[in-house]
Design a protein around this ligand. Structure first.
Ligand code: C2O
Ligand code: CU
Length: 541
């Protein structure tokens, strides 16, 4: 068993020539990396020395039968109050590769996050050549203003939140931004060697494109599981997702930029078009070119670059890493993902469409938070906290991606409804993007599980035709998948992990607007198929 100590506290950081206090873990930004091996249990003693409530989530860790440490506030726990502590038990099972941890309370994950690196068990190795070195590449962002204020402001005025002022690689904006040059992240490489880069998109509201000048990339893993090697010139990565890739230092000794910038399919809303960079520098005696070569990134609105990258990922599907896609489905679900509007509080006008506030919904329900967490209410059978009527299908069938859509769906219902799923059901869930207020991509994330992405497409899902083209042989195993703008995606998983599990869009503005829902997977009959008891130090509301 491994034990880590993690103290959440404010610390001053300077980026883009301005200094502010940010919330950190152990004073570090990005936060410390957790190292483990497949199957380990880790204890993290979280101590809240900050001045706001906090929870910590272990993104992509399935936590078999132990939702108590999963972290989403008011879903599986009450927040840790300032001065409070909580010992979290992180139970790894078959995850191997890169995952991450982040705050799961309000918008604090903007600065409270870090990598989880899970090595193969003793006696086993990577399904690819052993790299010379392994380096986390954490894609993040920097706001000059206080993140709590950014959140409060957009929740108040009802429109889109302000953009960040820079994207970051390992905490640094890179030298294309003014005021950043000396701090650019640098990776020194030796000619002829192979490097394993473990990339995480921690950004709040943007899918990112990433590329390395003059070098090909070989993707070998995503979301804590291995993929077939995929050679590519760029990566598209959603918030929440991780991509492990190999980089062979096989170019003329020089220094080269690696770069990332936002993908945005809805440029009606202004977004941050800037580029963050880091440098790959070959060892040796040579005169580097000035400036270093910059990579070509896909155009910011190139949806086909996004879908063709995501659609090229395949499970490794080897003897050691087999595929277990459910073939017979017992629970079919169809969830629409919509941006809608709600009336402004107390007869004020908001700055969203028609003087309303923007909201978001799944099957036309906007997530309403509860005074105590759903897990506690479920486990102790406390009534009146949530309902069990989360609809399996949208309230009416319509042409989801048409330009004009049923008016009654413009205003969603506010509720806390869960969907109960029987232990060991085989679930197929189709996400359908809609075009109510606007069509936009949605990186959907499920807690407690990894799922197989068996199909996706643009336009309306066709239940007669589309399933015929599902990949049931080697679909990628992921915990976050970007449902394309005005498109759909189908995922499958076996509900073998009893617990209370949040599912939501990993765009922070969308989940703040209510694009999330909760699954309760019931206990099985066997004693080994029941939720474990809670620890004694669960935070109280
Ligand atoms: Cu990465 Cu619910 O979180
Ligand atoms: Cu979304």
């Amino acid at each position: 068993m491994r034990r880590f100590y993690s103290q959440v506290k404010e610390a001053p950081y300077t980026r883009l020539c301005s200094t502010k206090n940010i919330l950190t873990v152990n004073g570090q930004f990005p936060g410390p990396t957790l190292y483990a091996q497949t199957g380990d249990t880790i204890i993290v003693d979280v101590q809240n020395k900050g001045n706001q409530n906090i929870t910590i989530h272990w993104h992509g860790v399935k936590m078999p039968r132990y939702p108590w440490s999963d972290g989403p506030e008011f879903i599986t726990q009450c927040p840790i109050k300032p001065g409070g502590t909580f010992s979290q038990k992180i139970v790894l099972s078959d995850e191997e590769g890169t995952l991450w941890w982040h705050a799961h309370s309000e918008w604090s994950r903007a600065t409270v996050h870090g990598a989880i690196i899970i090595y193969p068990k003793n006696g086993t190795t990577y399904p690819f050549p052993k790299p010379q070195a392994e380096v986390p590449l954490i894609l993040g962002e920097w706001w000059k203003s206080d993140i709590q204020e950014v959140m409060e402001e957009f929740m108040e005025n009802g429109r889109d939140p302000n953009n960040s002022d820079a994207f970051l690689i390992n905490g640094q904006p890179g030298d294309l931004y003014s005021c950043s040059r000396p701090d650019t992240f640098k990776l020194t490489v030796e000619y002829g060697k192979i490097y394993l880069l473990r990339m995480i998109n921690t950004v709040m509201n943007n899918i990112l494109f990433f590329s390395v000048a003059n070098h090909q990339i070989t993707v070998v893993g995503t979301d804590g599981s291995y993929t077939k090697p995929l050679k590519t010139s760029y990566i598209a990565i959603s918030p929440g997702q991780t991509i492990d890739f190999l980089l062979e230092a096989n170019q003329k000794p020089n220094h080269y930029y690696m770069a990332a910038r936002a993908y945005n399919s809805a440029p009606a809303v202004p977004f941050d078009t800037t580029t963050t960079t880091a440098i790959i520098q070959y060892e040796g005696n040579y005169r580097p070119s000035s400036p270093p070569p910059l990579p070509q990134l896909p155009a910011f609105n190139d949806t086909s670059a996004l879908t063709s990258f995501a659609g090229s990922l395949r499970s490794l599907a080897s003897k050691d890493h087999p595929v277990n896609v459910p073939l017979k489905i017992s629970t079919n679900l169809f969830f629409t993902l919509s941006i809608n509007t709600l009336p402004c509080a107390s007869n004020n006008t908001c700055e969203g469409p028609g003087g309303n506030r923007l909201s978001a919904s799944v099957n036309n329900i906007t997530l309403q938070t509860t005074p105590i967490d759903i897990l506690e209410a479920y486990y102790r059978q406390i009534n009146g906290i949530y309902g069990t009527d989360f609809p399996k299908f949208p309230p009416l069938a319509f042409n989801y991606t048409a330009a004009s859509l049923p008016v009654q769906l413009r205003t969603p219902r506010r509720a806390t409804e869960v969907r109960m799923i029987q232990y060991n059901s085989t679930v197929e869930l189709v996400f359908q993007g809609t075009n109510l207020v606007a069509g936009v991509d949605h990186p959907m994330h499920l807690h407690g599980y990894s799922f197989y992405v068996v199909g996706w497409g643009i336009g309306n899902f066709d239940k007669d035709k589309d399933p015929k083209n599902y990949n049931l042989v080697d679909p990628p195993l992921q915990n976050t998948f970007a449902v394309p703008k005005n498109g759909w995606a189908a995922i499958r998983f076996k509900a073998d992990n009893p617990g209370v599990w949040f599912m939501h869009c990993h765009f922070e503005r969308h989940v703040s607007w209510g694009m999330g829902m909760t699954f309760i997977v019931t206990n099985g009959n066997h004693p080994d198929a029941k939720i474990l008891p809670p620890p004694p130090d669960m935070p109280r509301c």
